[in-house]
Design a protein around this ligand. Sequence first.
Ligand SMILES: Cc1cc2nc3c(=O)[nH]c(=O)nc-3n(C[C@H](O)[C@H](O)[C@H](O)COP(=O)(O)OP(=O)(O)OC[C@H]3O[C@@H](n4cnc5c(N)ncnc54)[C@H](O)[C@@H]3O)c2cc1C
Length: 337
Amino acid sequence: MKQTDIAIIGAGPVGLFMVFEAGMLGYKCTLLDSLDQIGGQLTELYPEKPIYDIPGYPSILAKDIVEQLRLQAEPFKPGYMLGHEVEEVERQEDGSFNITAGEHELNAKVIVIAGGAGVFTPRKPPIANLEQYEKKSVFYSVKNKEQFADKTLVIAGGGDSAADWAVELAPKAKHVHVVHRRASFRAADETVRQMEELQASGKITIHAPSQLGDIRGENGMLNQVILKDLDKNETAVDADYLLCFYGLAPSLGKISNWGLNTTSKKVIVQADTMATNVDGILGIGDITEYPGKLDLILTGFAESAIAAKTAQGIIEPEKKFKLIYTTSQGLPESESA
Ligand SMILES: Cc1cc2nc3c(=O)[nH]c(=O)nc-3n(C[C@H](O)[C@H](O)[C@H](O)COP(=O)(O)OP(=O)(O)OC[C@H]3O[C@@H](n4cnc5c(N)ncnc54)[C@H](O)[C@@H]3O)c2cc1C
């Protein structure tokens, strides 16, 4: 079984930065994630969107901040165990934990849960043969927007993701149909206004209220999407791709079996230590709940520094914590995880 000082469950932005903060105190980390790529929501949901509230970057694409975080973690040589949900955590006699995630097994002195919105499960429309088209012409996130250039797209949903992508993709796409089951959109007013402007210029057609009825195509590639209005009248629109943004069904998954105090979606921690109710298990990032919690990346970064301090108190209780300026200390010698 592989060993590490700190097992970080979740390789989103906050988990990645935890590697740095723990590394500065001399601890080795291994990141575990159910996805087969790092970056959490940023990679999975909005890699090509600019983020404006990362300190020091007036604007940076989500995928680029993930790459910067990966580079920042690199001197500390983190281990990566990707592609499997962490299912079991078992306390050992020496206080450490054995962690099982599919084929991966790991022993760690401390666990830091950075599980964000939980294991990603996009909400899907109730269309019978949907899975034949998934990852070919039906998507729940945009990984490569170039793929949609000069194509006809149907974008389903009424929230920010649907409206943002409609506005972003319409200028390059051949045409975008936006389908929403209500007449009014939940998305930001400004984005809805831009969508309506694009409709006026002929780039977008808004079908609202309307719903997805069926999809037609061959070998996983769409050629038509059938829309149904409130009176169940059907309209067939030609389409190359269907993008569904019905949100994620957030769930703690197996984390809720580990004896932690939780709400339905979050792990309760103490804001001054990031400790959960279970000794040796800490929580950081979007998955945590405490009074005043803000689900922002920058909040999670600060929580990583606090969690690293708490982890030191668990791993080396005799050692006095000393706040480190990176400018004074530089980066420690890197060794393998
Ligand atoms: C469209 C959109 C735009 C956003 N824009 C901004 C913005 O401008 N600024 C901002 O600050 N925030 C923004 N956010 C929020 C931001 O993405 C989150 O605050 C951030 O992703 C939280 O990071 P995290 O590392 O805590 O969790 P996540 O990014 O959710 O990563 C958690 C990871 O944990 C993994 N995981 C969970 N449970 C398990 C398990 N049991 N086993 C293995 N792996 C597990 C998941 O697969 C996931 O990869 C936006 C969110 C969305 C959806």
